[in-house]
Write a protein that binds this ligand. Structure first.
Ligand code: PMP
Length: 386
């Protein structure tokens, strides 16, 4: 990773990441000399087709899947919506879908549309620590359930969900399982030969790949209906392939594998240091999400600063060049409390006191020390003022 110093400290890597130098290098020839259309029957097209196949192989290997189970899409949102639509068409006699209350808006936002089409959409509440208990799924599932949607890692708290156990409950009832792994990819290992979900989404821009590219894993053998019929992607998605984006995603998967194997430990230590420095000094700072490290994505912490408006803290930090987030980036344009924290049972005021810190690959001990020093000063000042 390029270690060039930035003029700001980015602790919001769950919102997006820069394209890594290796990814950019891999992509560049496909904008210029290898600009072919993979459908063209001459060398320029064949080169592009070969590059797409190679990237598909990288991604399949990264997930322990088969290349033909990987469908390239425009990102996490399209992957999620395609998976839901595909599952409903694969189980036409079933009219209910179970969706966890902590899903991303690209899934929860489908609720009114599905209801208008006659589906029942049941929302599964999490525990106060932000996990979906498999018993909750067991109590809600029926022979009318077509699909259960539970994300692998929650993008606001970092809570790892018991996807394998939920899968057992769902499959016993004949329902399919879709998991949004956008926040899990490159942060914890994903082995789809062991955890046999029916579909999984991931997104390029969260793993140092470009924006506007993602993938949907669709387990072979499942019926599938396309959102965008056409001849590409084995007739599962129409439109000329985004060859540079696909190549970039393939390279990002290779680099994510290496990072997981070699560097994630360092990120975890920095995250723990950040968390402990604040929680040890200020009794009103509490962690939102599970405490046990094996239940948490290693790069993220969500902290509640009880009695203090997180929006003000966020602006104070921005003035110091430190970027964090209030809940998910997609909802931070408004000051509505996070739907994840309120589903976990927090009051509006509690939820509006929370900040998410997510550490990227370039985070350093210096960044964390500076952040804790500045934030501690702000907190002391706010306490004195109140
Ligand atoms: N799922 C989760 C958990 C996300 O965080 C996001 C992006 N914020 C998405 C899905 C959507 O991904 P994309 O931006 O690639 O559409």
């Amino acid at each position: 990773m390029n270690t060039q110093r930035l003029s700001f400290i980015d602790l919001d890597s769950s919102a997006t990441t820069p394209v890594s130098p290796g990814v950019l290098d891999a992509m560049m020839p496909f904008f210029r000399e290898h600009y072919g259309n993979p459908s063209s029957p001459y060398p320029l097209g064949e080169q592009a087709k070969e590059a797409v196949a190679q990237a598909r192989g990288h991604l399949a290997q990264f997930l322990s899947a088969e290349p033909r189970e990987i469908l390239f899409t425009s990102g996490g949102t399209e992957s999620n919506q395609t998976a839901v639509r595909g599952a409903l068409s694969a189980r036409p006699d079933r009219k209910e879908i179970l969706v966890s209350a902590i899903e991303h808006s690209s899934i929860l936002g489908l609720k009114p549309f599905l209801e208008k089409e006659g589906y029942k959409v049941s929302i599964l509440p999490p525990t106060p620590y932000g996990r979906i208990d498999p018993e909750t799924v067991k109590a809600a599932i029926s022979e009318n359930t077509a699909l259960v949607c539970v994300m692998w890692v929650n993008n606001e708290t970092g809570a790892i969900q018991p996807v394998g156990e939920i899968l057992d409950v769902a499959h016993q009832a004949g329902a399919l399982v879709h998991t949004d792994a956008v926040a899990a990819t490159g942060k914890i290992p994903i082995d789809l030969s062991r955890i046999r979900v029916d579909s999984l989404s991931l997104s390029g821009h969260k793993i140092y790949g470009p924006k506007g590219i993602g993938a949907l894993f669709l387990r072979k053998g499942e019926t599938f209906s396309s959102l965008m019929p056409g001849s590409q992607e084995r007739k599962r998605r129409g439109g000329t392939e985004n060859v540079p984006g696909i190549v970039g995603l393939g390279q990002a998967a290779l680099e994510a594998k290496e990072y997981l194997e070699t560097c994630i430990e360092k990120t975890t230590l920095l995250r723990d240091h950040l968390e402990e420095s604040l929680m040890d000094c200020f009794p009103f700072v509490r962690r939102n999400g599970p405490r046990e490290s094996f239940l948490r994505a290693p790069h993220m912490t969500n902290l509640g600063f009880l009695g203090i408006a997180a929006e003000k803290l966020l602006l104070d930090l921005v003035r110091e060049g430190i970027y964090v987030s209030m809940g998910s980036a997609c909802s931070s344009g408004s000051i509505e409390p996070s739907h994840v924290l309120t589903a976990m049972g927090q009051t509006r005021e509690e939820a509006l006191s929370a900040l998410r810190f997510s550490l990227g690959r370039s985070a350093t001990a210096r960044d964390i020390d500076r952040t804790t020093t500045i934030l501690s000063g702000i907190l002391r000042e706010k306490r004195r003022a109140s």
